[in-house]
Design a protein around this ligand. Structure first.
Ligand code: UDP
Length: 331
């Protein structure tokens, strides 16, 4: 297959590119490198620097690259906290970017796209585990923009026949088994990398955001899913579309929840390091519990997570964080 990966220099994008190439596919990457890293780009992928909000730039790639079978779209901002402080940045990049992309795909007669959505589209769930047809009432602006993106794809398909698969990730984590690529956001806001930075000495402590949630230990519960398992789901979703599958939405998680305290304890065991913990106020926009049912992806896409154990997931992340103290700047 020949796949165009938008945001292929980012965290989940780069892992998906590695997986695509490992499985013998041809990959073209388009990324503005605003949050992505050129060092994360697989040497066998063809790379174009460009911004999705710029129609000329995305058109130029699609004019030049013939025979693209499908597009995988990761190019978006994805931080819950930032989206509450700077919502218009999220409307601009996530929604305006996707609008320009869709115009260009329709003009170039590309018919299949798989894109990143999120558990944040659900908001505070009515029951656990969460199913794809549960209500979507986002509690943060990031989730709101992803929900709106899903609707944009829906209506575009109605009018233009561009089929889509929306993948609602729960908490992406871990790193490529080789330790060559991993999670490196600047600033970092995600739980597992911050814990591991506290373990590798590049950060003083981990702050727990909220200890008064209605959960057994008072801290938020999340469903942590390995980035390579997410990568594989994208490839399966592309194949599903190319084999005639209809547009669809799938949750991607392990179906098991861990509290913030449990993640910290597991990281202490995996790393063998002392990790300083400070309890703080809740962070705006965080639901208490998010756990996926991924039965639909398992049944329809044939997806089966390989990394279904939190210790193993953290081990892969530690392989990256213990050797890349400053992320890609250490390379
Ligand atoms: N969290 C925390 N301290 C941190 C970062 C995150 O307590 O420094 C909590 C956060 O409030 C949430 C969970 O860890 O309950 C996962 O947060 P993350 O930002 O990793 O992912 P999100 O669930 O927001 O996508």
């Amino acid at each position: 297959m020949k796949i165009l990966v938008l945001g292929g220099a980012g965290y989940i994008g780069s892992h998906t590119v590695y997986r695509l190439i490992e499985q013998g596919n041809e990959v073209v990457i388009f990324d503005n490198l605003e949050t992505g890293h050129i060092e994360a780009v697989h040497p066998k992928a063809k790379f174009y620097k460009g911004d999705l909000r710029n129609r000329v730039e995305i058109d130029a790639v699609l004019d030049k690259e013939n025979g693209i079978d499908a597009v995988i779209h990761f190019a978006a901002n994805s931080l819950v906290g930032e989206s509450m402080i700077n919502p218009l940045k999220y409307y601009d990049n996530n929604l305006c970017g996707t609008k320009v992309l869709l115009e260009s795909l329709v003009a170039h007669n590309i018919k299949n796209i798989v894109f990143s959505s999120t558990a944040a589209t659900y908001g505070e769930p009515k029951h656990t585990p969460i199913l794809e047809d549960d209500p979507t009432n986002p509690t943060n602006c990031y989730g709101e923009t992803k929900k709106a993106m899903e609707r944009m794809f829906y209506w575009t398909q109605q009018a233009h026949g561009l089929k889509y698969v929306s993948l609602r990730y729960f908490n992406a984590c871990g790193a490529h088994i080789s330790g060559k690529i991993g999670e490196a956001h600047n600033p970092e806001t995600h739980l597992i990398p911050i814990i591991l930075q506290a373990a590798n000495g590049t950060r003083d402590h981990i702050s727990i955001f909220g200890t008064d949630y209605n959960t057994p230990d008072g801290t938020c519960i999340r469903d942590y899913i390995h980035v390579t398992d997410l990568a594989q789901a994208h490839i399966l979703a592309v194949k599903y579309l190319l084999n005639g599958g209809e547009s669809n939405i799938f949750n991607l998680g392990n179906g098991v929840g861990f509290s913030v305290r449990e993640v910290i304890e597991t990281a202490k065991k995996v790393t063998g390091k002392e990790i300083k913990v400070i309890e703080e106020e809740r962070r705006a926009g965080d639901p208490a519990i998010l756990i996926a049912s991924s039965d639909k992806a398992k049944n329809i896409l044939g997806w089966k997570p390989e990394y279904d154990d939190l210790s193993t997931i953290i081990e892969t992340a530690w392989k990256w964080h213990s050797t890349h103290l400053n992320g890609y700047l250490s390379d």
